[in-house]
Every structure is written in structure tokens, then in C-alpha cells.
Design a protein around this ligand. Structure first.
Ligand code: ADP
Length: 151
């Protein structure tokens, strides 16, 4: 059976830290679905979702086993509908751990086939966060070194 992992997130924006998790995840899974949680009615994003789909797709253009999609339903349900038995997530620190621990418990309650798999951040990307990138970009700072693509 194909091992399909869902890598869900806001990806506002998608960073080199995210890219690293996806590429390392490819050693564990046959296929990875990068899924941008997005609700057109409610979501207030900083970076346009279509821009992000385009840039993430370009980043992984040489990898036929990486797909980029948006979703606006329960992650556990979206995983089930797409045949993904694994949720891929990244951990930078204890704050991430506390948060991820709670969501992983809920996701497995909602879909008991679903295993969450956590990769520890690579040290060179440990301090990269989407929220800090948004702040820097808002005030015209250069964020290019944190992103695997040109905005
Ligand atoms: P969410 O809004 O679901 O937290 P994010 O887009 O912020 O989504 O992050 C998606 C996943 O990537 C999360 O598991 C997060 O912990 C992880 N992540 C974010 N930045 C990094 C990084 N620099 N290194 C490793 N993992 C990261």
C-alpha cells in the first residue's frame, strides 16, 4: 500500500523550514500532499492563497510525488478522503510540542487510522516562522533568505 502523508498548515507563507520537512518526509512516504488550510469565506491571510499554491508547486516541480492543494474541512476528514494515513508535522521547540500534542490527540480521536509523524526542525531553520516573516515583510524588510522561492 502506498504511504501517503498529509502535510497540513497555513503556510502563510511557506518557508524553507516547511520545505525541509517535506523533503525529509519523502524518505518516509511515497507521496506527500501539502495542504493549505483555507476557507475562502473566513480566512484572513497575509499572502494570497493562489500565490502560495503557485510558489509551493514551483518549489517542488521536479517531484511528481508532491501535490499542493487547499482544504477547508477537518484535517482528519480530509486525510481520510485522500487516502492519507499519516499527518506530517514539524517541531521547533516545546511550544510547538504542546500545541502539536493536543491536535494529534484530537486528530486520532477523529480518525483512528491516522498517525501523526513529527520531524524535528533542522537547526539552520529552527528560528524561521511564518508569523515573523509576515512582520518583516509588512515593514518592507527582505524576507527572501527565509523562502525557497521568489515572491
Ligand atoms: P499551522 O497554522 O497549522 O501551525 P504552519 O504553516 O505555521 O501551520 O506550520 C505547519 C507545520 O510546519 C507545523 O507543524 C509547524 O510546526 C511546522 N513548522 C513551521 N515552521 C517550521 C520550521 N522552521 N521548521 C520545522 N517545522 C516548521
Amino acid at each position: 500500500m502506498k504511504r501517503i502523508a498529509l502535510f497540513p498548515g497555513s503556510f502563510d507563507p511557506f518557508t524553507k523550514g516547511h520545505e525541509d520537512i517535506v523533503l525529509r518526509g519523502l524518505k518516509l512516504f511515497d507521496e506527500i500532499i501539502v495542504a493549505i488550510g483555507f476557507n475562502s469565506g473566513k480566512s484572513v491571510r497575509y499572502f494570497d492563497v493562489n500565490l502560495m499554491i503557485d510558489r509551493i508547486s514551483a518549489t517542488f516541480k521536479d517531484y511528481p510525488n508532491i501535490r499542493v492543494v487547499t482544504f477547508s474541512e477537518l484535517t482528519a476528514e480530509f486525510a481520510r478522503r485522500n487516502g492519507a494515513n499519516y499527518l506530517l508535522r514539524g517541531l521547533r521547540n516545546t511550544t510547538d510540542f504542546e500545541y502539536e500534542n493536543s491536535i494529534a490527540q484530537v486528530n486520532r480521536y477523529l480518525n483512528e487510522e491516522l498517525e501523526s509523524v513529527f520531524l524535528i526542525t533542522s537547526p539552520q531553520f529552527a528560528s524561521i516562522s511564518s508569523s515573523i516573516i509576515r512582520e518583516v515583510h509588512r515593514y518592507q524588510g527582505d524576507v527572501s533568505t527565509f523562502l525557497p522561492y521568489k515572491l
